[in-house]
Design a protein around this ligand. Structure first.
Ligand code: FAD
Length: 317
């Protein structure tokens, strides 16, 4: 079995950036781009249209086009890409063992860039092929500024800090923002809850759930259900945003690396070093805060540089 200096798992902005840097440092990286687990090859941006906030593209760029450019740049410097999932890894041995769907490889250093998946609810009309990405989103910072949301009533589903943050962000564009919450009290911290309650553009719809998303080409209204008395009413809507958390894609690690209480890989502050020496993490899988393409790419660069320095300290050139 071939032992590689660096194996990268994941092909979003973080994984490809790590690959570009590792390849240019002559580390001959191998990258598992994924197939079914945790999204698709190319990562989350493959599921979106215009990316308006990635620097270098003043007119915006389509998500899949951007990811194709990342991939080509990684390949140009010699990254070897395997189009399959990693099913498990063994971090108890050196070199590490990486078990893919159809092959096993060894790695002196491992970079984990498997992203996080936004949680969504199974609401009629909100799914793929329905109004998902046609007014239904899971990222206000990514999509909120799009013209379809301007001066419209927007609905944020959730009750934690991120729901409040997303709602406050959307007030810049919306005519009104409704936070739809199943209970009669927010889970958000006291200070965030107060900001939501005091905000003149935000209204909290307590004990409520969206039963159905409706519209023509894009979202036009929602069917709102009162969970206390069972009544329903239709409300005009320009958009629906899920803000119910993310699931970091770490199942294949089988608990071998430390994570926080909701599953994000923990890294040493200011670095990409994980709890296992020689294993580095970058992108959304270790980032509960920013979760943007540019921050994922930046941390991918950090992971490759950290891996390169560690390999050199270990005398693995
Ligand atoms: C609909 C949508 C729109 C967005 N719009 C924007 C935007 O406009 N601007 C912006 O900055 N950000 C946007 N984001 C956020 C952005 O996409 C993410 O922050 C970014 O993609 C994170 O990059 P990443 O490399 O960490 O992970 P991801 O992009 O999630 O990539 C993870 C990769 O890991 C692979 N993988 C997972 N598990 C395995 C496994 N077991 N084996 C092998 N491979 C595996 C996946 O196949 C995938 O290739 C958007 C997100 C979504 C969902």
């Amino acid at each position: 079995m071939k032992t590689n200096k660096v194996v990268i798992i994941g092909s979003g902005p973080a994984g490809y950036t790590a690959a570009i840097y590792a390849a240019r440092a002559n580390l001959s990286p191998v990258l598992f781009e994924g197939f079914m687990s945790g999204g698709s090859p190319g990562g989350q941006l493959m599921t979106t249209t215009d990316v308006e906030n990635y620097p270098g593209f003043p007119d915006g760029v389509m998500g899949p086009v951007l990811m194709d450019l990342f991939r080509r740049q990684a390949e140009r410097f010699g990254t070897k890409i395997f189009s399959e999932d990693v099913e498990w890894v063994d971090l108890s041995r050196r070199p590490f063992l990486v078990h893919g769907a159809s092959r096993e490889v060894e790695a002196h250093a491992l970079i984990i860039a498997t992203g996080a998946t936004a949680k969504r609810l199974d609401i009629e009309g909100a799914g793929d092929g329905e109004f998902w990405q046609k007014g239904v989103s899971a990222c206000a910072v990514c999509d909120g500024a799009a013209p379809i949301f301007r001066n419209k009533a927007l609905f944020v589903i959730g009750g934690g800090d991120s729901a409040v943050e997303e709602a406050i962000f959307l007030t810049k564009y919306a005519s009104r923002v409704y936070i739809v919450h199943r209970r009669d009290e927010l889970r958000a911290s006291k200070i965030m809850a107060e900001r939501a309650l005091k905000h003149p553009k935000i209204e909290i719809l307590w004990n409520s759930a969206i039963d159905k998303v409706m519209g023509d080409q894009i979202v036009g209204s929602v069917l709102l259900k009162n969970l206390q008395n069972g009544s329903s009413k239709e409300m005009e809507a320009g958009g629906v945003f899920f803000a119910i958390g993310h699931q970091p894609n770490t199942a294949f690690l089988n608990g071998q690396i430390a994570t926080n209480e909701v599953g994000y890989i923990t890294v040493e502050a200011g670095s990409s070093r994980t709890s296992v020496t020689g294993v580095f993490a970058c992108g959304d899988v270790q980032d509960p805060t920013y979760r943007q393409a540019i921050t994922a790419a930046g941390s991918g660069c950090m992971a490759a540089l950290d891996a390169e320095r560690w390999l050199s300290e270990e005398g693995i050139e």
